[in-house]
Design a protein around this ligand. Sequence first.
Ligand code: SF4
Length: 965
Amino acid sequence: MTGTGSKFSSGPDRPIATSTPVGDEVKYTTCYMCACRCGIKVHLKDGALRFIEGNRDHPVNGGVLCAKGAAGIMMQNSPARLTKPLKRVGERGSGEFEEIEWDEALAIATDWLGRIRASDPRKLAFFTGRDQSQALTGWWATQFGTPNYAAHGGFCSVNMAAAGIYSIGGSFWEFGEPDWDRTRYFMMFGVAEDHASNPIKIGLGKLKQRGAKFVSVNPVKTGYSAIADEWLGIAPGTDGLFVFALIHELLRAGKVDVDYLARYTNAPWLVIRDDGAADDGLFARDSDGNPLCWDRDRGACRKALTADVAPALKGTYTLPDGRQGVPVFELLAERYLDPQYGPDAAAAVCGIPAATIRRIAAEIAHAAFEEEIVLDLPWTDWTGRRHEKMIGRPVSLHAMRGISAHSNGFHTCFALHILQTLIGSIDTPGGFRHKPPFPKHIPPLPQPAGWYGEVQANRPLPGPPLGFPTGPEDLLVDPDGSPRRIDKAFSWDAPLAIHGMMHLVIANAWRGDPYPIDTLFMFMANMAWNSAMNTAETIAMLTDKDAETGDYKIPRIIYSDSYFSEMVAYADLVLPDTTYLERWDCISLLDRPIGDADGPADAIRQPVIAPDRDVRPFQDVLIDLGARLGLPDFTNDDGSPHYPGGYADYIVNHERKPGIGPLAGWRGADGDQEGRGPANADQLAKYIENQCFWRQELAENQKYYKAVNRDYLAYAAEMGFIDRPEPIIIQLYSEVLQKFRLAARGHGPVLPPEKHRARIETYFDPMPFWYPTFADAAADAGDFPLHAITQRPMAMYHSWGGQNAWLRQIHGSNRLYIPRGLAETLGLDNDDWAWVISRHGRVKVRVRPMSGVNPDTIWTWNAIGKRAGAGNLSPDSPEAKEAFLLNHLIDELLPEEAGAYRYANADPVTGQAAWYDLRVRLEKALPEEAGETVPQFPTLKPPPSLATPPAVLRYGARAAKGGRP
Ligand code: SF4
């Protein structure tokens, strides 16, 4: 494993740069216009920003730069940039702020937070949006001692992450990728253009060059789907049944990789069949806890993880204790060969003809088994068995929020991994590949902290607030079963909420359910607008007061953002952040790394220009607050700050474990160690010298079969990716889920309260199953016959570019895209006005009929609508008057049923927000209703000293005349 260079070549196919220099200096850093973290070169002239181009040597993008990345220039020129700390002096939402100095702002925050920490740290709810410093923010929460911490994952794609981590030890995007160079058949499910954006574009280009087939499964034919070889316009929320039908067909035809299943998965592990017993459905194990299988050669139970075992995949066997045991594969075949999972049953629900499903299954089988890849690469598995070749099944899948953000998303995502595993395409040539530091053991460490007795005044938590439960004992519940976290993550409401449930924080805090909080501390999370379900009511909750005391029900709100977003108006204390071009950052292997399947990588951002406002990087502020509060890792014994140099100091000198810190490159006193090693004072300089990234290339024999590859496992343990060099066996059947199910049946030390039992019993099925989304199954679903979803465009990342002068020209307003057949039925034409009505609310919008959309689905671009005044835009901007959000139609809770407990509008396993379960009906608006979108809210007043926006924001005009840009 050597090298810190790019995986992209720079041979003769790389053309000579022909553009003339536009500046006098170039600095490398990492883009932050979406979540992909491409490498960029920033051209400066006289110290001012002039031009951004992609870094051709960078491992993420190889020089590719999207529209958003190029438009980073206009984030720096945005009149929405906050300029100074703000203290609220009027009512929340009034926009009445007083500018204050940083000392006062930090003193206020320290006072509020210090009092909480000295009494009950749970009274702090600290949640961040799509920030890229979760290794720091999570650590800070741990040191503070509050379990009430998470980032945005609970309302993004936690179903995808959890289903992957609990089955294959990894997942898509940051955790894994298709083998772009070898795959022959690629299927993409519900992917927006921001999840691995440039890497996917590069990968799709490779597929097109090689003639590999690309099938896109998405209700809408836009973005990547538009260039697919085959588009399947599936009904939202039914992907799981489609995948099960493919599994059904593969099983029926016997097109599964038996050797792969027997060796590298738990397919042969014996499951105890003993109705009513406390261990019914768990794995049969020996006295040392080793899972057992049935050895066909010896006619006896043996340790499943034995090199010379010949495991049975089918049948029923007598266990050593006389009870019956069944191999996982037998259970799996029994379930998915049932006609309810066949193509005919699926076709009616998914809107994909049965013949198409059968053909797709046959194509998968053909690519996997008739186009098998054999690499002359000897490797050794964990038992010491030497394999002369690497066998590959060139079928790969990729999926993200589209299938994830449903109330059946966890099981759908789990099903995708079953499909890949059955054909032997997990981390084999041509298939899905893990990216180091993944795969991890299943489930990985740690378990979530914040358990009963672990939250104490002035004490850190004994571990991080987010983790991976192994069973009911790891839940964060009080002895009576009630949730210990404000968002109810890791409770019986959502036991595997491994990314938290940010979408519930404000509503729960407002209700005081499960308890009231004191301070809500948020960073770049626009919860008063596009990040909230139920936007109007969320605003009402943020401003609601206790009738008796006159105090806000959420007493204090601290918010940090770079820009005047809608949420700023509702904060009591605003801590203005810098732009991404003005600060240090760290894209760490401890967080969500940027490596690829051939090797781990991490990166930094360096300040390429200095702020021209009185703003500070949020990470610096957090570290400063940590020192002022006396948090252990942020303070020396004498009370002085442990990281006086702020985040840059922390990045270099913090050690999470001995020798393991935020950055893996150039460790050790001489900078010659990788992965592990003492801190190196010159580490950041080394990164800058290497264009702000570090990457290590795996040895050839480590690149595939990582989960069971002896050499890779040893390397991963040495690097600190895993804690022991033991095999990671794919879990087709999840014993963790079964433990929860057994608790629902009354077994074990931690039992769910009665009201949760039926739900836990149903959804904690150890093998994935399909059920309609809660919205589709609702009694009134017929009143709302259409699915309503959003897509994210290539040129806008959520609301981040909403005040970017260049990106606004591409997406300044949005329309509701509707199927042509529906348009004809309702008499709607381009730009006509219509009402979209859900159970929860109504919005008035302009429509645009289109082909290429599922006939029962309407959709729009995400987060284009803005509240009037937000982003320092003109109150009559198109974003305010023509654009709209679907958020107003969505409730954060499931509908009220008489006497029933109201669960979150979320997946019951992980708590993933069910954004795409929305059902609506469409009605043509009356002619007199044309005019502007509804709802409209009072115009937000910009904070003092925000720049006065010009009528037309131009960039470069002065530079063209020889002046500063
Ligand atoms: S995909 Fe575009 S916006 Fe996202 S990080 Fe890469 S260049 Fe930046």
